[in-house]
Design a protein around this ligand. Structure first.
Ligand code: BGC
Length: 424
């Protein structure tokens, strides 16, 4: 089957599932909003259900679920764009990152200035979040939570059994991996899905330096693409393959989490939604699993902000859309939702008592100052979608095929950076 056929089939499957999800959960109340998102795993579902339940109980508005299963949202984006072209847009959609600005400029999103003013969002929100939801001075999305991408999860029991310490650097990681491998345990749970490969890759770039990550993905400076640090991140990506089990299956991220939870794998590099999933599988951060920074990235927060955009469909939907936006930003929802989801609230004053050690570490770093903050490439915070997609495809190709050289990949990535003009 060719790559194109696979993509077409996946796209068709996404559409079917999206429609099925929509049909299955239509609410019985008078007013309802259709919400397109990509939260599918058990913990993601639980978090979504919480918002839907509060929307019903607090505002008497129904939630018509339109879930498009696609970790990191690639499929959801395709379905959303096709539905918009077909003039069949849902009222609400998960729209993360720079796309907010692009769509706002095309008048596809409602401005939420009135809700934001009434709720004093500017005072309540962390500055980076306040910035991320604005375009040309207006607010266009309701922020839900902040994820940290450069998280190294580990299975505590496995590490204790083999007397292994949590690695601070890559040399220590290699030493632990050798022992795990000898004991018949997969050192690193990893999928070959393009976005998951690139999630690991951008964490490896980050371990070469935060400023280097920004140069490469946010500013896209030509010199960064010929820099030996890019070669080093690519080489590390390839050399980590031997620790990933064989074959490296193309599976959803929650299957990797399951491998770790069941003690078949020891480590996993993933955004902290994986924590939500580990907890929903009955593990606790005290006993079952632990979270640390990816080696070499302890001082940085590679972030991803989940946001909901209200699509400019019919004006009659506006009041309900505004109520949902206000609910999402309410402190009670923020604290409860993010506890389930694995993320941290977007507010300046969240309830710290509701945060576990991983969330507190994420919180501390996110609020420590701009030097720590690095916008994620894969999760659309650093670049336009088209550039992100091209880079993900190139890194994926390099990862799958050992005959593709580091130098060629650097050259191709450099070409991508030069080809697309920056618009921000
Ligand atoms: C989203 C998370 C989600 C993850 C996996 C990310 O892009 O920001 O909320 O849990 O994808 O689906």
């Amino acid at each position: 089957m060719t790559e194109t056929t696979r993509h077409t089939l996946r796209f068709a499957a996404c559409l079917l599932l999206s429609v099925a999800g929509y049909a299955a959960s239509g609410a019985a109340r008078g007013e309802a909003l259709q919400v397109l998102h990509w939260w599918k795993s058990a913990s993601e579902r639980k978090a979504v259900d919480l918002i839907a339940a509060r929307l019903a109980s607090e505002a008497d508005i129904g939630w018509r679920d339109s879930m498009v299963p696609s970790g990191s949202g690639a499929g959801a984006g395709i379905v959303l764009r096709s539905r918009m072209l077909a003039k069949d847009a849902p009222e609400v959609a998960q729209v993360n990152g720079i796309v907010i600005r692009d769509w706002a400029r095309l008048d596809l999103l409602l401005d939420l200035d009135a809700v934001a003013a009434a709720g004093k969002w500017d005072k309540q929100l962390l500055p980076t979040v306040a910035e991320a939801i604005k375009s040309d001075g207006h607010v266009y999305a309701a922020p839900v939570g902040i994820h940290r991408m450069n998280t190294l999860f580990y299975n505590r029991k496995l590490l204790a059994r083999l007397n292994l310490a949590v690695p601070d650097n890559w040399t220590q990681f290699e030493q632990a991996a050798v022992k795990l491998h000898q004991a018949g345990i997969v050192p690193l749970a990893q999928s070959s899905e393009p976005w998951q490969v690139t999630t690991l890759f951008e964490a490896l770039v980050l371990s070469e330096g935060a400023e280097f990550h920004r140069e490469l993905f946010q500013r896209r400076h030509a010199a960064a693409y010929t820099d030996p640090r890019l070669a080093s991140a690519l080489q590390r990506l390839r050399s980590l393959k031997k620790w990933m089990g064989s074959p490296i299956a193309e599976r959803s991220w929650d299957e990797g989490v399951r491998e770790l939870a069941e003690g078949r794998a020891a480590f996993m590099v993933m955004g902290d939604w994986a924590k939500g999933e580990l907890v929903s599988r009955g593990l606790t951060v005290e006993e079952g699993f632990g979270c640390a920074a990816v080696p070499g990235t302890a001082n940085y927060h590679l972030y991803n902000i989940d946001t909901m955009g209200m699509l400019a469909t019919r004006e009659s939907h506006r009041p309900a859309q505004e109520k949902l936006a206000a609910l999402i930003m309410s402190p009670a929802l923020q604290n409860d939702y993010n506890q389930i989801k694995g993320s941290i609230p977007v507010l300046r004053n969240p309830v710290l008592a509701k945060m576990d050690v991983c969330a507190r570490a994420s919180w501390k770093l996110f609020t420590s100052g701009p030097e720590a903050l690095v916008p994620s490439l894969v999760h659309r915070m650093a670049t336009e979608e088209i550039v992100r997609d091209a880079i993900v495809a190139e890194v994926h190709r390099y990862f799958l095929d050992d005959n593709v050289s580091v130098a060629d990949t650097q050259r191709r990535l450099g070409t991508i950076a030069r080809t697309f003009t920056k618009t921000r």
